[in-house]
Design a protein around this ligand. Sequence first.
Ligand SMILES: NC(=O)c1ccc[n+]([C@@H]2O[C@H](COP(=O)([O-])OP(=O)(O)OC[C@H]3O[C@@H](n4cnc5c(N)ncnc54)[C@H](OP(=O)(O)O)[C@@H]3O)[C@@H](O)[C@H]2O)c1
Length: 356
Amino acid sequence: MRDSAVDRLYLRSAIALAEKGLFSVTMNNPRVGCLLVKNGRVVGRGWHREDGGPHAEINALNDATEDPRDSTAYISLEPCCWEGRTSACTAALIDAGIARTVIAGRDPHPRVAGGGVRALLEAGIEVTEEDLSKEAQALNPGPGKRAEHKRPFVRIKTAISMDGRTAMADGQSRWITGEAARADVQYWRARSAAIITGVGTVIADDPMLNVRDQRFGNAEPIRVVVDTRGRTPPKAALFGEKGRVVIACSKGVEPIDRAEMWELQDGPNVDLPMLLDALSELGCNEVLVEAGATLNGSFLKQGLWDEMIVYVAPRLMGETAKPLAALGFNTMGETVSATVKSVETLGPDIRIIYTP
Ligand SMILES: NC(=O)c1ccc[n+]([C@@H]2O[C@H](COP(=O)([O-])OP(=O)(O)OC[C@H]3O[C@@H](n4cnc5c(N)ncnc54)[C@H](OP(=O)(O)O)[C@@H]3O)[C@@H](O)[C@H]2O)c1
């Protein structure tokens, strides 16, 4: 008889190891942790540290303080079973003589999707699947979304007043919220592979859109400006920072120094589904939209969102100020509804996370 409580304990440690990759594994692969346990002692720990680097299982095997033969591997995700940029983790576990594996959830990647479990079973390795998929999923909303829909997981972030306003009529919006809320934004930026904004925000605010909080390591999300006609000022502050800058624009727009011009127009404006497809193709797992009412409105109306982070400041900005999203609805039937996922106080402000 296996003790499921013990399995879950070790598996939670494997998930905690996976979390160490939160800010360094933003592209292509999921964040994964692996713990090797032999005779009731942890003999190896590993996590996927960076895109293209060895997977968690390989790092745990390399970290082993004694021969891992006959140990149990606790892995936060089903191991991969195909040769990509690295060799298959199932093969490494089999070669190392692992006796048993306990996994927190199946890998939705079409080239794995149960194949990892099958390969282990065929090699005579016992596989236990504990359902900690909620915990594991919170770490990896992107790879699942990409596997199923070929789109990244999209978060919209916005700071609003009590009356739901995001900028004064003349464009001023600094600062609606306090320091704690603004510090929190750094966390969401750091775990994102890309940050998307609109040219209206670049012109009004000249934001850097980078990660400045050193606690998040060297996270450098790609910054994307949705800018149909190439109105982004060449001296915009985002060009002064390191990292990739993409201008999503229409065909024939004059190139801007230091920017990659992606021609993604299909209609009067930049085609947002095409943009998300391109970001997914590039390997972006999670993207953060930090834009004004116009671009927010497009993402919301087209249903192109998975989570919305709203910071509500105890301030009234009045009816001439700009809304959260330009939606132009006339009937209740058109409205966008959401479910509250969490509510938290951050200094003087409140952070509400919604899902569709
Ligand atoms: N409170 C907050 O959290 C927050 C955050 C960000 C910004 N802001 C404020 O928002 C204001 C700017 O808002 P905004 O509405 O003018 O700008 P925006 O939403 O950032 O950018 C809108 C522009 O993006 C371009 N675009 C291209 N394709 C699009 C598409 N498919 N859908 C929508 N837009 C598309 C359009 O310009 P083209 O047609 O030229 O391409 C459009 O005018 C500023 O005052 C800023 O301070 C507030």
